[in-house]
Ligand binder design. Structure first.
Ligand code: SF4
Length: 447
C-alpha cells in the first residue's frame, strides 16, 4: 500500500552533498506527510540511506546527513494512513540490490493492481519485506534488468496501473516517472551543476533551484552524465488530482502550469458569487482555508480578518489515527482571536469537510469566543467518495457528506448556514476543463 507522499530527487555532476539539498527539499514537502521520511544517496555505486518515523527534523541529525555522501540522492516524505501499520517498514526510499547493482526508489501514489502483481511475484518465489507498492515496482524493475535500467523501468511501468510519481536512483542515474493521467505531480528543475525533481515546486525555491517544467503525464525523465533524456511511456486523458489544488499542495507551488495560490483565490471568489451571505468578517480555517477566505473577502468586500491562531508545532489533525486523538488534536492546535470574533457575524471559509471533526470544533471555539453567527463556506464540493488513488481519505461510511445531506451536516457541525462550491465552480477556479480527477466528489475515477 502507498498513500500521499512527497518525493524528491537530486542529480549533481560533481557535488558530494546531494543529500543536503534533498534534506532541505524534504523540509519544504513536509506538509505532504509527517509519518516517515528518508534519504538515499549514491556513494560511488553503493546506496547509503537513512530513514525513520517522524518529521524531517526528528529523523535527520547533522551527523546523519553528513554521513550520506554522494552526488545523486532521492528522498521521501510519507503521510500516516489509518490503514497502514506504523512500523519502520513504511519508510522510504526503498533500497535494494539487484543483478545490475544497487537501486533506490521513492513513490507518491497508489498502484491499484499491486495485489495482483505481488501475488504473481510471490508465486514465482519473490519474498517481500513490506507491504509497500514501491517494493512491487522495485521487483518488477529487477526482473526486467537485461537491457539496462531505463528499459527495465519502462517494462515495469507497463505492468502497473494507478497514480504515481516515482523517483529512482541507480549508481549513475536519476529517473523520474509520472503516471499517464498526471494524477500525481512531479516537476523538473535545475541546480548549479545538475537537476532536481520534486512533487512540488516549493522544494525548488527552498534550495534555490530553477523550475524547468512539469514532467508530463506518462513521461519518464532520465538524468545522467550525458544530460536529460525523456521518453513518453503511456498516454491517457489528463486527470490531475483536484484535491491538490484545494488542500494538499502548498499555495506557493505551481502544478501543471497553474498556481495553487491563484486557484484557491479564485475558488474563494467563485464561492462568494455562488453563495453570498451577509457577515462582518471573513476568516479562514488554518491553513488550507485561508487563501480561499481571502478570495471570498476580496469578492464580497467583507473584511478578511485573522480569526483563528494555530499552534504551528502540531501536525494536521486528521493524521492521528483515533477519533479521540483527532479531537484532542484540534483542541491543542487552534484558538480563537477573541478581539476579532466577539460579537461578529463570522463567515468561516474552509477547503473541505471530510469527517467533520475539525470544523465542528472550530465552530464551538468561535461561539465560545463570542461569535454572533457562524456561516460556513466550503471551497470545494461535498467529499462523498473515498480516494483509491493515493490520498488517504477515510472510507465512505466515515465521510460526513456520504451519509448526510448539506442541511444535516449544517445542523451536526452547528453552523448558521453552510454552502459548498459547485464542482463546475471549482474546476473553473483551478483553470481547466476535463483535466482533473473528480473521484472523491463524483465517484468517477480515471483508473
Ligand atoms: S479521488 Fe479525489 S483525492 Fe483521489 S486523486 Fe481523485 S481528486 Fe484526488
Amino acid at each position: 500500500m502507498s498513500i500521499l507522499s512527497g518525493v524528491i530527487g537530486i542529480y549533481s555532476k560533481n557535488r558530494k552533498d546531494a543529500s543536503q539539498m534533498a534534506y532541505y527539499g524534504l523540509y519544504a514537502l513536509q506538509h505532504r506527510g509527517q509519518a516517515s521520511t528518508g534519504i538515499a544517496v549514491n556513494n560511488n555505486g553503493f546506496v547509503d540511506y537513512h530513514k525513520g518515523l517522524g518529521l524531517v527534523n526528528e529523523v535527520f541529525s547533522r551527523d546523519a546527513i553528513d554521513r550520506l555522501i554522494g552526488n545523486i540522492a532521492i528522498g521521501h516524505i510519507r503521510y500516516a494512513s489509518h490503514r497502514e501499520n506504523k512500523g519502520l517498514s513504511i519508510a522510504e526510499p526503498l533500497a535494494v540490490g539487484y543483478k545490475k547493482g544497487a537501486l533506490a526508489l521513492s513513490m507518491d501514489g497508489s498502484i491499484v493492481n499491486a495485489k495482483e502483481l505481488r501475488d504473481k511475484l510471490e508465486d514465482s518465489g519473490v519474498i517481500f519485506q513490506s507491504n509497500l507498492d514501491s517494493e512491487v515496482i522495485a521487483n518488477l524493475i529487477a526482473r526486467h534488468h537485461r537491457n539496462g535500467l531505463e528499459d527495465a523501468v519502462i517494462k515495469a511501468i507497463d505492468e502497473i496501473k494507478g497514480s504515481y510519481s516515482i523517483v529512482i536512483m541507480s549508481s549513475d542515474k536519476l529517473i523520474g516517472v509520472r503516471d499517464p493521467y498526471g494524477l500525481k505531480p512531479l516537476a523538473l528543475g535545475s541546480i548549479k551543476d545538475g537537476y532536481i525533481m520534486a512533487s512540488e515546486t516549493c522544494a525548488f525555491d527552498t534550495i534555490g533551484a530553477e523550475f524547468i517544467r512539469d514532467i508530463e503525464p506518462g513521461e519518464m525523465v532520465a538524468i545522467d552524465e550525458r544530460g536529460v533524456t525523456t521518453v513518453r511511456l503511456k498516454s491517457a486523458n489528463k486527470s490531475h488530482c483536484l484535491f491538490e489544488y484545494i488542500y494538499l499542495a502548498r499555495p506557493d507551488s505551481r502544478m501543471d502550469g497553474r498556481s495553487v495560490y491563484r486557484a484557491r483565490i479564485e475558488a474563494g471568489r467563485q464561492l462568494y458569487r455562488e453563495s453570498p451571505v451577509e457577515g462582518d468578517i471573513v476568516i479562514g480555517a488554518p491553513d488550507s482555508g485561508i487563501v480561499s477566505a481571502i478570495g471570498y473577502a476580496e469578492e464580497s468586500k467583507i473584511p478578511y480578518r485573522e480569526g483563528l491562531i494555530k499552534n504551528r508545532y502540531v501536525g494536521r489533525t486528521f493524521i492521528e489515527p483515533t477519533q479521540e486523538q483527532r479531537e484532542q488534536g484540534v483542541r491543542i492546535k487552534l484558538n480563537a482571536l477573541k478581539e476579532n470574533i466577539n460579537n461578529k457575524r463570522v463567515i468561516l471559509v474552509d477547503d473541505s469537510i471530510v469527517r467533520g471533526t475539525t470544523i465542528k470544533r472550530i465552530i464551538e471555539i468561535l461561539r465560545k469566543a463570542g461569535a454572533k453567527e457562524v456561516h460556513v463556506r466550503i471551497s470545494s464540493p461535498p467529499v462523498t467518495k473515498p480516494c483509491y488513488l493515493g490520498v488517504d481519505t477515510p472510507r465512505e461510511d466515515n465521510l460526513m457528506a456520504h451519509n448526510m445531506s448539506v442541511e444535516e451536516i449544517r445542523k451536526s457541525i452547528g453552523a448558521d448556514s453552510l454552502c459548498y462550491l459547485s464542482l463546475e465552480g471549482l474546476i473553473k477556479a483551478a483553470g481547466g476543463e476535463n483535466e482533473f480527477c473528480t473521484g472523491c466528489f463524483t465517484g468517477k475515477y480515471p483508473v
